[in-house]
Design a protein around this ligand. Structure first.
Ligand SMILES: O=C(O)c1[nH]c2ccc(F)cc2c1NC(=O)[C@H]1C[C@@H]1c1ccccc1
Length: 232
């Protein structure tokens, strides 16, 4: 998160850190007791290894009361996701067991109504991604508020030039922005997850390249079917 602030500890109890060998790779969030939603691109360099999912954390390194690392039973990248573009950039992770819910570990509801969030709506996004242009990696969760920009503005020739589909949405990236390591985290508007930070490589903090999110509502049926099928 560029030019945001340290989050209030454990006030975003749905946040997950997707890790490999103890290293934060991407964000994610708890959508059900045994399920975390993230971004499919985050699995690109894992050569088949499964993530571990850290829940209940504020600091990535310090001991905290409800912090717990969960094994993943199975990972389900959206079948339409691919390395060439940001389409269908969603990943469902089934935890090895149901997460123990408490003050620091809670499910975040996601939007099921497929209607665009109005431009200028201020939403918030959090993560353990880079916090400056030198790529400094924070130990504590950071957050930032960002206004939604319309798909037409985001698709302008000088911005994302028509690549933003109706299954995506954008926020203004002037100065304050998401960045590497924040991918997979939720864009929360009015207490509901409306989008997932896409994990395609992208410049951060440049107003010419707004942040891109996968809208969740269009995928509600896919999410429900995967959770129902995998004895979730
Ligand atoms: O965050 C992303 O956009 C993104 N997209 C990817 C695609 C493939 C892929 F193998 C990884 C990623 C990845 N995450 C990262 O590189 C994470 C490792 C870097 C990081 C940055 C800040 C703080 C901690 C760790």
């Amino acid at each position: 998160i560029l030019r945001g602030s340290v989050a209030r500890p454990h006030l975003k109890p749905y946040m997950a850190s997707l890790q490999l060998d103890g290293q934060h790779i991407c964000g994610g969030f708890l959508i059900a007791e045994q399920w975390v939603l993230s971004a499919a691109h985050c699995t690109e360099e894992t050569d088949g290894k499964l993530f571990q999912v850290l829940l209940g954390a504020h600091s990535l390194t310090e001991p905290e009361p409800h912090k717990r690392l969960y094994q993943v039973r199975a990972q389900f990248p959206h079948p339409g996701s691919n390395i060439h573009n940001n389409k269908d950039d969603l990943l469902l992770l089934q935890l090895e067991e149901k997460a123990e819910l408490n003050a620091d570990v809670r499910v975040l509801p996601f939007q099921r109504e497929d209607r665009d969030v109005a431009a200028d709506t201020v939403c918030e996004v959090a993560g353990w991604g880079t916090i400056d242009h030198s790529g400094t990696r924070p130990d504590k969760l950071h957050q930032v508020e960002r206004p939604v920009i319309s798909r037409d503005v985001c698709n302008h020739r000088t911005r994302h030039d028509g690549t933003i589909t109706r299954n995506m949405m954008c926020t203004d990236s002037r100065r304050k922005d998401t960045c590497k390591g924040d991918s997979g985290g939720p864009l929360v508007c009015g207490g509901v997850a409306e989008g997932v930070v896409t994990a395609g490589s992208r410049v951060c903090g440049n107003y010419k390249k707004p942040a891109i999110y996968t809208r969740i509502a269009p995928y509600a049926d896919w999410i429900d079917s995967v959770m129902a099928s995998a004895d979730g």
